[in-house]
Design a protein around this ligand. Structure first.
Ligand code: DX5
Ligand code: ZN
Length: 218
């Protein structure tokens, strides 16, 4: 069970300090938004390169951007250990996944709430993680979409059949109230933004989430 706090809900003027506050996390989740694929703008490669120099944990880049074919490999080359592209924005998902791996990172594909899983099942051999979005991508602090749990179960079934070390991530509205149903459905990697950075102690929130998820491990 891996916890990846999203720094989208952190203080952007103090990102190094905010990463240090979640030292006990397995990953730090970095939301890259371009105001085209989603109606919000966050940060890009130059900021990620700076974060990589100071982060005490590996970075999990979630690219909510157009043209991931061009950009995703660059985040892997920069040193992100996991790079997630959205299949809805991808021209050639298989090639992106291969390019990410060739650059030394785990390759990950995200699907929005309205995107079905089945058409992409055949991409599993190219993937190290599948991200099932549990909100519409673009903003932190939205309500968890429990109706995505059947999709998490379907991905878990596919991964079981396929075998190998493929992780299943959920992102959006994950909190102490919702993480158990995600784990129960088959997720093993959990992004949480507001639930971690909105807590009195971000580090304690990470521990609580991990403990709750572990109680429902597959
Ligand atoms: C949403 C982002 C999420 C976001 C999650 O588009 O991909 O990573 O930060 O924030 P919470 O946990 O507050 O829903
Ligand atoms: Zn995200």
């Amino acid at each position: 069970m891996r916890i990846a706090p999203s720094i989208l809900s952190a203080d952007f003027a103090n990102l190094q300090r905010e990463l240090d506050a979640i030292k006990n996390a397995d990953w730090a989740h970095v939301d890259v938004m371009d105001n085209h694929f989603v109606p919000n703008l966050t940060l890009g490669l130059p900021v990620v390169e700076s974060l990589l120099k100071v982060a005490p944990m590996p970075l999990d880049a979630h690219l909510m951007i157009d043209d991931p074919d061009r950009w995703a490999p660059q985040y892997a080359e920069a040193g992100c250990k996991s790079v997630t592209f959205h299949v809805e924005a991808a021209a050639d998902p298989k090639k992106i996944a291969r390019d990410i791996r060739a650059a030394g990172a785990r390759s990950s594909m995200a699907i929005k709430p309205g995107t079905p899983w089945e058409p992409y099942e055949e991409l599993l051999p190219e993937l190290d993680m599948v991200l099932v979005m549990t909100v519409e991508p673009g903003f932190g602090g939205q309500s968890f979409m429990a109706e995505q749990m059947p999709k998490v179960r379907a991905v878990r079934e596919s991964v079981k059949k396929h075998g190998g070390d493929i992780w299943i991530q959920v992102d959006g509205g994950v909190s102490a109230k919702t993480i158990e149903q995600c784990a129960e459905a088959g997720a093993d990697t959990f992004v949480a933004g507001s639930a971690v950075y909105g807590a009195a102690s971000a580090a304690d929130a990470v521990e609580d989430l991990r403990r709750l998820a572990a109680g429902h491990a597959h």
